[in-house]
Ligand binder design. Structure first.
Ligand SMILES: NC(=O)C1=CN([C@@H]2O[C@H](COP(=O)(O)OP(=O)(O)OC[C@H]3O[C@@H](n4cnc5c(N)ncnc54)[C@H](OP(=O)(O)O)[C@@H]3O)[C@@H](O)[C@H]2O)C=CC1
Ligand SMILES: O=C(O)CCC(=O)C(=O)O
Ligand SMILES: [Mg+2]
Length: 745
């Protein structure tokens, strides 16, 4: 899979985007081929990545190359042109289901080891750990992030506003975060004066030195942080919040990002579950330990593990858990119909999407009775939680946002080279004993950063390379210049890490001509307030943020403005010169798969893919001097605009136009735009027959696509769907397929 310069790599991922690809990719390939562009695929699905870890367990035919590693290498080359669709960031429960599905399909991969006593078990666990959480994005995102709503999309949203629930000033919904003892409070940071190799070491009270991370190689001018969250304070915080919610009668919900902060946040999540069900966990402590119950993986882990016990014991445990509810607040639900609470799995309530959904709903979440209710949204870490309280305050004061008139908030996010939390996974530890946690220079023995920690505290080190920060500043200035919008760097001078960033931002802004640009630096809360004051006046403001706020804001604002973050243009200009084009800013929409399987309707909107493909083609055109590629890009944009104007996006309702139907219209409009342009006669001639055939058969094709809906669809699997069956389901119009095949020659 080496990338020739006229190659675009299209990733095969999971769930809804994978299904959409089965329909869209053949269209893309048919349109790209006449311009001499090869659109190749790379499977980075969770199933593919699992198989890539265990070549020795598989037959020759079953083996899968380590595509992710290959793609990671490609991002470091200037010719990289990758279209990356969202993929599952798997929880342990999802990983286990994927393993089971693969085993059932005859792949002899090992079980996920619950405990790791032997070296073999440790090795298997280590390999599987590479497949969980946000395992793909940190490897591929070798550039900073540029996410925005293209003009046509914003205009469409203004003309076709999505529904927004009302906000009442009497709403009791709020955000609760720690005020001390969290990562914000316990952070230290420094910029390195020279390249150094360091270790992370715990010196225990009894004087033992425990090396937690033997070596981290750091570059000159790199920023490093050491921070910890106090277990004691976290538990006290949870108890207070749970009691407060119970006393005041608001629902309780916990919002973490256990995918991206895949080591720290499952622990933060697990503590909350154990505090909530304190008496039950205390009573059954011994049994749970024997069973290896680990609620860092959610209550689903507990229910699965007790499933092997005699019925009477299971009943007793369930009764004890239920008894806790008597004096605990109502829990927000993920799926009230199925009785799935906020505690079921740490990956079910992912803060970037869950908080905007709550805010769109007038500050409400679903309770067990299926009704929307005010809620206490608990986000222990105060660093970023405060932005949500600020937006809630704003909504209570001003009412809900109006998509017809509100401004837009694009984002320029720092994430390159495993910036900030992305690089922290192998440097995050649960402290085994009270002591001092040091980051120490391996050569000189100098202790660079030092913290007093206690048993159970979560200690982590983050790093950001100077080159990544410099590139981020450059991207922000470029975006300000190209868009004419002001830029606000959301940086808090009181946070040690961000104080270091502020110094660098100021320094690197001098490298650019900023005459006439409006560039400011503000703490997060002020930045939110300032941006919202502009938003309600219809004014646009670029947010330049660190990695976490990149994630949060690129769901938050699009969901307010456009109804979904799927309609975002999401570009990663790779630092080595290539480009990665992500599709939307959201995830893999598991609910959509369920609807397809039950009713053969896929409501996934591929607008993100259309937008990404256009910029990918344009970039390829420029870099390889391929004029045809540029024509493809321009006509694709025109087709996308027409698709929006004519409302040919997918409907959520079964029986109406779905993802496949929207792909058909894209192909029709794209072929028409190509046939109608005069810049490239060859392309015009090539696409004329297709344009005519599709137009002549429009109703027939739409009918063929509609005819399959309303009954179950068999795609032969979830994590590893059967390719043939999926194709059959996703390409049900014989007329459309024949027209495309004829165009492909
Ligand atoms: N870049 C990446 O690879 C990312 C991956 N993820 C992963 O995705 C999975 C699911 O995450 P989750 O938090 O549930 O968020 P999702 O974004 O997948 O889903 C939330 C809701 O957003 C709407 N939505 C998202 N994308 C689209 C689309 N293209 N078309 C139409 N509607 C869309 C759907 O609303 P409705 O149901 O109303 O139709 C959906 O239910 C997790 O494994 C997560 O880790 C998450 C974010 C980014
Ligand atoms: O990497 C992940 O798990 C999710 C990333 C994400 O949500 C985003 O980039 O917006
Ligand atoms: Mg996100």
């Amino acid at each position: 899979m080496t990338a020739a310069s006229s190659q675009i790599i299209y990733t095969l991922t999971d769930e809804a985007p994978r299904l959409a690809t089965a329909s869209l990719l053949p269209i893309i390939q048919a349109f790209a081929a006449p311009a001499g562009i090869d659109v190749a695929t790379s499977d980075i699905s969770v199933a593919g990545r699992i198989l890539g870890q265990f070549p020795e367990a598989l037959t020759e035919a079953q083996r899968m190359p380590d595509n992710l590693a290959e793609l990671g290498k490609l991002t470091l080359r200037a010719e990289a042109n990758i279209i990356k669709l969202p993929n599952i960031s798997a929880s342990v429960a999802q990983l286990k289901s994927a393993i089971k599905e693969l085993q059932d399909k005859g792949y002899k991969i090992p079980d996920y080891p619950e405990s790791t006593k032997t070296d073999e078990e440790k090795d298997i666990r280590a390999r599987y750990n590479k497949c969980i959480g946000s395992a793909v994005n940190p490897v591929l995102r070798e550039g900073n992030s540029d996410r925005r709503a293209p003009k046509a999309v914003k205009e469409f949203a203004r003309k076709n506003p999505h529904s927004m629930a009302d906000w009442s000033q009497a709403s009791r919904s709020h955000v609760s975060h720690m005020h001390h003892g969290d990562f914000y409070h316990g952070e230290k940071s420094m910029t390195l004066n020279k390249a150094r190799d360091v270790k992370m070491e715990l010196i225990t009270k009894s004087g033992k030195a425990i090396v937690l991370k033997p070596k981290v190689s750091l570059l000159e001018r790199e920023v490093i942080d050491s921070m910890f969250m106090s277990k004691k304070e976290l538990l006290e915080f949870y108890e207070r919040q749970i009691q407060d919610a119970h006393k005041t009668g608001v629902m309780f919900s916990l919002h973490v990002k256990a995918t991206m902060m895949k080591v720290s946040h499952p622990i933060v999540f697990g503590h909350c579950v154990k505090i909530f069900y304190r008496e039950a966990f205390e009573k059954h402590a011994k049994l749970f330990e024997e069973l290896g119950v680990n609620v860092n993986n959610g209550m689903v882990d507990l229910y699965n593990k007790i499933g092997t016990l005699p019925q009477s014991t299971q009943d007793e445990i369930r009764r004890d858990l239920h008894a806790c509810h008597e004096h605990r607040p109502e829990l927000a639900m993920v799926d009230s119909a199925k009785g799935i609470t906020n505690f079921h799995s740490p990956n079910d309530v992912i803060v970037d999407a869950s908080m905007p959904a709550m805010i769109r709903n007038g500050g409400k979440m679903y309770g067990a009775d299926g009704r929307l209710k005010d809620v206490k949204a608990v986000m222990p870490e105060s660093t970023f939680a405060r932005i949500y309280q600020e937006i809630i305050n704003f909504c209570k004061w001003h009412g809900a946002f109006d998509p017809k008139t509100m401004g837009t908030v694009p984002n320029v996010g720092l994430m390159a080279q495993q910036a900030e939390e992305y690089g922290s996974h192998d440097k995050t530890f649960e402290i085994p004993e009270d002591g001092v946690a040091n980051i120490t220079d391996l050569d000189t023995g100098e202790v660079l950063l030092s913290q007093n920690v206690e048993t159970g505290d979560i200690w982590r080190m983050c790093q950001v390379k100077d080159a990544a920060i410099r590139d981020w500043v450059k991207l922000a200035v470029t975006r300000a210049r190209n868009s004419g919008m002001p830029v606000v760097f959301w940086l808090d001078a009181y946070r040690p890490h961000e104080a270091q960033l502020i110094t660098k931002v100021r320094m690197y802004l001098h490298e650019h001509d900023t005459t006439g640009l409006d560039i400011q630096i503000m703490s997060q809360v002020r930045a939110m307030r300032y941006t919202l004051e502009r938003v309600v006046r219809g004014l646009d403001t670029i947010s330049a943020t660190g990695n976490i706020l990149r994630d949060y804001l690129t769901d938050l604002f699009p969901i307010m403005e456009l109804g979904t973050s799927a309609k975002m243009l999401s570009i990663v200009p790779l630092m080595a010169g290539g480009g990665m084009y992500e599709t939307g800013a959201g995830g893999s929409a598991p609910k959509h798969v369920q609807q397809l399987v039950e009713e053969n309707h896929l409501r996934w909107d591929s607008l993100g893919e259309f937008l990404a493909l256009a910029v990918s083609l344009e970039d390829l055109g420029i870099k390889t001097h391929n004029a045809k590629a540029k024509v493809l890009a321009r006509t694709l944009d025109a087709a996308t605009g027409k698709l929006l104007d004519n409302n040919k996006g997918p409907s959520p309702k079964t029986g109406q136009l779905d993802n496949r139907g929207s792909h058909f219209y894209l192909a029709l409009y794209w072929a028409q735009a190509l046939a109608g342009q005069t810049e490239d006669k060859e392309l015009a001639a090539h696409f004329k027959p297709l344009a005519e055939t599709l137009a002549a058969n429009e109703q027939k094709i739409v009918d063929e696509l509609a005819a399959v809906q309303g009954q179950p669809a068999d795609i032969g699997g979830y994590y590893l769907p059967d390719v043939r069956k999926t194709e059959a389901v996703m390409r049900p119009s014989a007329t459309f397929n024949a027209a495309l095949a004829a165009a492909a020659g």
